[in-house]
Structure formats: structure tokens, C-alpha cells
Design a protein around this ligand. Structure first.
Ligand code: GFB
Length: 319
């Protein structure tokens, strides 16, 4: 491990969004860091400025991981543009300013690869930001996340605060949302293949043409990268966090059916949007710092399917 200029030992680390897929993975990863993990309950609505400032005043964390966000797949983003823009702007502005007022020394803001232009040259480097038009289905979420990156940069410049940003690619894993209306593609395909297998169907239906390509990263890899960055990185640039490989949605559907054990075919619903044709990121900056992903896609999908089955069994996932 590179030298650790920002050791977390003995620090009070607030994970905003600890119930979500990303936040819960970060809590799991921080458990081995000899730090005190702080969380806030649903009574603290992060969209409410006063409630956020009161929480920070009362709890005074040393470090903040801002994983809280309103998230969803392509259909949810396209259907609820106002909520995706407003909620995410409020959450990030409230938490970042409250952190400053409470004297928080380190903050890590989490964005998304959708911040990049729809037709950015691939693989996408950090300097592609704001060089072209965004993908219309998720420009609302993208603009909010770009604003979060800019807030961290502005607070570094004006206030000298060591706030950093990470941009994960499409994530999956334990804690994911498997509700077909709002979920991302990978959990949706797991549910579709599972239900088709149980029902003895001939095929599963995927959205769009199946030709878009997506890069996937297991959420436990992301959590490890976040802790790595918290311990080692101080810089104005946001940092891409990806696996470095992408796959066509049609091929992903085949992989998921194989993992789930569904032997039927794949049909396509052309009425649904494809979104960005490709968004493979260049994670070379992070690699130059000494970190790379370790969980392979097939292994990760098998683990996600296992978590889904356990959720159905325990009733924590709606059948
Ligand atoms: O994962 P997804 O919803 O979001 O869709 P994006 C990825 C691709 O999978 C799209 C296709 O081309 C979808 O049309 N797809 C096929 C499906 N079948 C399905 C299905 O059953 N469900 C879903 N959801 N997709 C998101 C952004 O874009 O990426 C978010 O909207 C966020 O804001 C996230 O940035 C990381 O990858 O297109």
C-alpha cells in the first residue's frame, strides 16, 4: 500500500446513505479500519438543510463519505427528472456545507459515470467532463452529480478543504434494488431470469436493442476503492472508479441467464430507451495510485443472485 497520509484510525467517519447498496458496502469495508462509523437515521432528511446542520453539530464527524443519493435505472431517471435533480442537489449541497461548518477535515463525494457526454471518446478520461451534450435520459442526475464535483472543487479552492470526488461506473451487488420499474439493468436481468425460470417461460424480455455496452463494478470493489482514496488521495480532479471492461447488454443477459440457470431465449422491447451507447471509463488515474478492481463479473453476478435469493427467502426482497 502506498504511504497513508490520511489514516482513518481513531476517526469518526460518517457514512451518509448507509442503508443503500453503496453506503452499506462502505460500512462493511470500514469495519476493518479501526475507525468509529457514524450513521444518521431516516429522521434526518438530508434534503432539509436545518436537519442536516443539526445532525452535524450534534455528531461532529472527522470524515464524511457522501453516498446518499436518489438513484435509479434509465427508466426511473427518464420518468422523474425533477426528483433526480432536486433531491440530489439538496442532499449534496446540505451535506457538503454542513461538513464545512462543522469543521470536517475530509469528505468523499460519490458521483456516477453518467456525468460524461453521451458520445465521449472511449475509454472516458476524467478530462472529458463538460466537453459535450449529456445523455437525455439521465442528464438531470448527471447535472446534479457534476454540481457535486464542482462543489468539492470550489470548497477546496476557497476554503482549503480536502474534499474529493469519485465517479463509479455502473454498480451491482448486495443491497441492490431489484424492483423492475426503478432498478438498473443487472439486478433487473437477475429478477427476470429467475422469475422466467420458475415460471417455465420461453424467454426473458430486455429493454432496448441489447447493443449498448456497459462497464460493471461490484459494489464491494467500489467500497474498497473509496477507502483507498480516502486514505491516499488529495486532489481537485474527480477520480474514475471502474473495472476497465465493458459488455453488450445482450451478452450480459446471456451471462445472467447462465448464472441463474434459465435456458430460455432473450427478446427485446424496442419501446424502451437504449440510453448512452457506451460509457467505458479510463480508470488509469486510480490505477496509477495503486488500486484496481478484483471481483470478476461472472463471480460477482453469482454473488448478487445469491443475495437476491436470500432476500426472497427472508422477505426483505418483494417476490
Ligand atoms: O442500468 P440502466 O438502467 O442504466 O440501463 P444506464 C443500462 C442499459 O440496459 C440500457 C438496458 O441500455 C437499458 O435499456 N436494459 C435492458 C435495461 N433491459 C433492462 C431492464 O430490464 N432494466 C433496465 N434498467 N435496463 C444509468 C443512469 O444509466 O446509469 C443512472 O440512468 C446512473 O443515472 C447509472 O448513472 C449508473 O446505465 O443506461
Amino acid at each position: 500500500m502506498a504511504d497513508v497520509p490520511h489514516d482513518l484510525s481513531g476517526k469518526r467517519v460518517y457514512v451518509a446513505g448507509h442503508r443503500g447498496m453503496v453506503g452499506s458496502a462502505i460500512v462493511r469495508r470500514l469495519a476493518s479500519e479501526n475507525c468509529e462509523i457514524l450513521t444518521s437515521d431516516r429522521a434526518t432528511d438530508l434534503r432539509e438543510q436545518g436537519a442536516v446542520r443539526d445532525w452535524f453539530e450534534a455528531n461532529r464527524p472527522d470524515v464524511v463519505v457522501l453516498a446518499a443519493a436518489k438513484v435509479g435505472g434509465i427508466l426511473a431517471n427518464d420518468t422523474y427528472p425533477a426528483q433526480f435533480l432536486y433531491d440530489n442537489l439538496m442532499i449534496e449541497a446540505n451535506v457538503i456545507e454542513a461538513a464545512r461548518l462543522a469543521g470536517v477535515e475530509r469528505l468523499l463525494f460519490l458521483g456516477s459515470s453518467c456525468i460524461y457526454p453521451k458520445f465521449a471518446p472511449q475509454p472516458i478520461t476524467e478530462d472529458a467532463l463538460l466537453t459535450g451534450p449529456l445523455e437525455p435520459t439521465n442528464e438531470w442526475y448527471a447535472i446534479a452529480k457534476i454540481a457535486g464535483i464542482k462543489l468539492c472543487q470550489a470548497y477546496r479552492r476557497e476554503y482549503g478543504l480536502d474534499y474529493i470526488s469519485a465517479m463509479p461506473t455502473n454498480l451491482y451487488g448486495p443491497g441492490d434494488n431489484f424492483d423492475l420499474a426503478g432498478s438498473h439493468v443487472l439486478p433487473a436481468l437477475i429478477r427476470k431470469a429467475h422469475e422466467a425460470k420458475l415460471a417455465g417461460k420461453d424467454a426473458i424480455e430486455i429493454w432496448g436493442t441489447g447493443t449498448p455496452r456497459r462497464e460493471f463494478l461490484h459494489v464491494d470493489d467500489l467500497a474498497d476503492a473509496c477507502v483507498y482514496l480516502l486514505k491516499t488521495y488529495s486532489g481537485e480532479s474527480h477520480v474514475n472508479v471502474g473495472s476497465g471492461t465493458d459488455i453488450a447488454i445482450g451478452d450480459l443477459a446471456e451471462l445472467v441467464c447462465k448464472v441463474v440457470g434459465f435456458e430460455g431465449g432473450v427478446t427485446k422491447d424496442a419501446t424502451k430507451p437504449d440510453g448512452t451507447p457506451r460509457k467505458l471509463m479510463d480508470s488509469g488515474l486510480l490505477a496509477s495510485m495503486g488500486w484496481s478492481a478484483s471481483i470478476g463479473l461472472e463471480e460477482g453476478v453469482a454473488g448478487a443472485y445469491q443475495w437476491f435469493l436470500e432476500g426472497l427467502e427472508q422477505g426483505t426482497i418483494r417476490a
